[in-house]
Ligand binder design. Structure first.
Ligand code: GLU
Length: 472
């Protein structure tokens, strides 16, 4: 018998790829790599009413983006392809007497037990019912003893068998339940380590009993901690931004995301947080994962991302921005985009981004015919003093050598003459030229924009101040 490690991720394609699923996939993938093993992707698509093929596509593309493709790659496995093995396993359980048919309705059980929390009371255990439509197949759990599971994160949790009800493995309509299908698939795929979310821990003793009942050696388990938001609530797709795809589409770098996700339950040595992947690959230990809830801190993720963005060679930064520079999503007409101008602005922008999608608002002034119309910025910057100052700036900028240092010195001087600090003096110029009160360093931006376009914008702002109308 070989003992080669085989891990898997077994997502259900019922929605976007959850950051928790991505974290589990990363842990699972890395564990396999560290042990010279194999990482398998299995799509648990048996809930036909909730599955959609595009969710499977989404999961595959999000995993590829993270860089964790499955190692067995004739496409993913689908749980639905293994239906014959599920049925065969159910038949074996029944033939060996480890499962029995049951025709109890939920209300019947409740009438007998009087306790909605108690679960099934074993009424049909010894009735010897034959299979018939509407009859479920139940697994007979042991009446005594404990089931101990081996869990790399949690040690050896013990479950008292008396607390495990006889659970359904095949519904009255013949469909096989998750608990059994999942075990049969893991056994079929020779999975040695089931690394999955803590939410599944209560299923584990039942599933381990199924592994044993089907004469297979149970896997080693690892239940990785739940992920919570800042209110310590479990992350939920209704309340929190949980889709990996949303982070990707907003402009998080895969490397930053990977690094951050790895810290949800684990940490590198020396309190470091931002660490190269090569270090993570070497240092990660599944056994060191902390079982207590992990806080998904979006702000921290954003600051990680900013650091990763700043660390890119500028060429790579330019390439990474590309998806946001094409029209749409970029707000400028496609033929106005100028790669040379963008290349000149890129180093200024690179240090100011939390996510790549913010790039358009930083550089749009260079590619739009006129700057964006932002009433709030306009109202804030265009004080009573602004028209006179802008006229003076306009006149001086018609003459000054067109480079950032001279543009700055000129404005500093004009501001000082009016007892305005540079920040104050800059504000109306910035809004006239870029439309916004915040953005890239102004003088460098104007240097890139060029004299003619800058003067035209100052003229347009002055006209608007005179007429009170936007000039478009
Ligand atoms: N399809 C299950 C889920 O997405 C898989 C559970 C498991 O990993 O065993 O939660």
């Amino acid at each position: 018998m070989t003992s080669t490690v085989r891990t898997r991720i077994a997502p259900s394609p019922t929605g976007m790829f959850h950051v928790g699923g991505a974290r589990t996939a990363l842990f699972s993938w890395l564990y396999a790599r560290q042990h010279g093993g194999t990482f398998v992707l299995r799509v648990e698509d048996t809930d036909a009413s909730r599955n959609r093929p595009e969710w499977t596509e989404g999961i595959l593309s999000a995993m590829a983006w993270l860089g964790i493709g499955p190692d067995e790659y004739e496409g993913p496995y689908h749980q639905s392809d293994n239906a014959a093995a599920h049925a065969e396993a159910a038949a074996r359980l029944r033939e060996s007497g480890l499962a029995y048919y049951c025709d109890c309705a939920r209300e019947d059980v409740l009438t007998r037990t009087g306790d909605p929390h108690r679960g099934y009371d074993g009424f049909c255990r010894d009735r010897g019912l034959a299979p018939a439509p509407g009859r479920a197949l139940r697994f007979r759990t042991p009446d005594t003893g404990v089931t101990v599971v081996r869990d790399l994160v949690r040690g050896a949790p013990e479950f008292d068998n008396r607390t495990l009800e006889d659970f359904v493995v095949v519904r009255g309509d013949g469909s096989v339940l998750f608990l059994l299908a999942n075990v049969v698939d893991d056994a079929t795929q020779r999975i040695t380590h089931v690394i999955r979310a803590e939410e599944h821990l209560p299923n584990t003793p039942k599933q381990q009993l199924l592994w044993e009942a089907l004469d297979h050696t149970p896997p080693v388990w690892a239940h990785v901690p739940i992920i919570v938001n800042e209110k310590r609530q479990k992350l939920s797709k209704r309340r929190d931004k949980v889709a990996l795809e949303s982070y990707r589409d907003e402009g998080y770098l895969a490397e930053a995301m990977r690094n951050y996700l790895m810290l949800l339950g684990w940490s590198p040595s020396d309190d470091r947080e931002i660490v190269p992947w090569s270090v993570i690959e070497k240092e990660f230990r599944l056994e060191e994962v902390n079982p207590s809830p992990a806080f998904f801190d979006e702000k921290k993720l954003r600051s990680f991302n900013g650091e990763y963005i700043r660390a890119l060679p500028v060429q790579q930064f330019v390439a990474a921005c590309e998806p946001w520079l094409v029209t749409p999503p970029a707000p400028w007409p496609a033929d106005r985009f100028d790669p040379a101008i963008f290349a000149a602005l890129a180093p200024l922008a690179q240090t100011r981004l939390g996510v790549l999608s913010e790039i358009t608002a930083l550089v749009d002034f260079a590619f739009l015919d006129s700057p964006v119309d932002d009433d709030a910025s306009w109202a804030k910057a265009m004080t009573a003093q602004a028209p006179e100052l802008l006229r003076a700036v306009r006149a001086a900028y018609a003459e000054v050598p067109w480079e950032a240092g001279a543009l700055k010195a000129t404005l500093e001087e004009l501001g000082a003459e009016r007892e305005l600090k540079l920040g104050r003096a800059q504000a109306p110029v910035r809004v006239a030229v870029t439309g916004r009160t915040v953005g890239l360093p102004l003088f460098e931006s104007m240097a890139v924009l060029g004299r003619d376009r800058t003067l035209a914008r100052l003229d347009a702002a002055l006209a608007r101040l005179t007429t009170g109308q936007p000039t478009g």
